[in-house]
Design a protein around this ligand. Structure first.
Ligand code: S3P
Length: 174
């Protein structure tokens, strides 16, 4: 197994809660990209989008990923857009194992419909919009992923356990 584990996937796929548990189970660091970006910028993600634009946010995300990739063993919870940029994916694959968390549009909606801190969905919080955006992003997510986990109907702890098991299986095969 490479040093880092990157959790990718659509907003609401459970990256933060699962990666925290996975890092705990593996006894390595947990790095949450959005939280670090917010702290560094001193503002919320919606505010970064509104004041500096999405492109600036994406550049910050790429810069942060490059720094985190030098931090040694860790589980990195990536923002939902991080795996859409080829340069980000190239780095993730070089430094670690990429795990895609998948959930159906209906489940995503159920999990995040009350959220107001996801600018990409502001004003579009409905299942059809989520399904459309997910269809556009899915090929990028799938291409980046070394492992894909279906999370529908599962709890974060269960999903973390499933990832740990599958990673251990992969290690054994090498
Ligand atoms: C985004 C997902 C968000 C955050 C930003 C953009 C996206 O992270 O990085 O709002 O484009 O999918 P989560 O996936 O953690 O919600």
């Amino acid at each position: 197994m490479k040093e880092q584990i990157y959790l990718i996937g659509f907003m609401g796929s459970g990256k933060s809660s699962v990666s925290r548990r996975l890092a705990g189970a593996l006894g390595i660091r947990w790095l949450e990209m959005d939280d670090i970006l917010k702290k560094e910028a001193g503002k919320e993600i919606t505010q970064i989008f509104a004041e500096e634009g999405e492109e600036a946010f994406r550049r910050m995300e790429t810069g942060l990923l490059a720094r985190l990739s030098e931090e040694g063993a860790a589980v990195v919870s990536c923002g939902g857009g991080a795996a859409l940029r080829p340069e980000n994916v190239e780095l993730m694959k070089k430094k670690g194992t990429v795990v895609l968390l998948w959930a159906s549009p209906e489940e995503i909606y159920r999990r995040i419909h009350l959220s107001t801190d996801r600018p990409v969905l502001n004003g579009h919080m409905d299942v059809d919009y989520i399904a459309g955006l997910m269809a556009k992003r899915d090929p990028f997510y799938r291409k980046a992923a070394d492992l894909t986990i279906d999370t529908d109907g599962k709890l974060p702890g269960e999903i973390a356990g499933e990832i740990a098991e599958r990673l251990a299986g992969k290690k054994g095969k090498r």
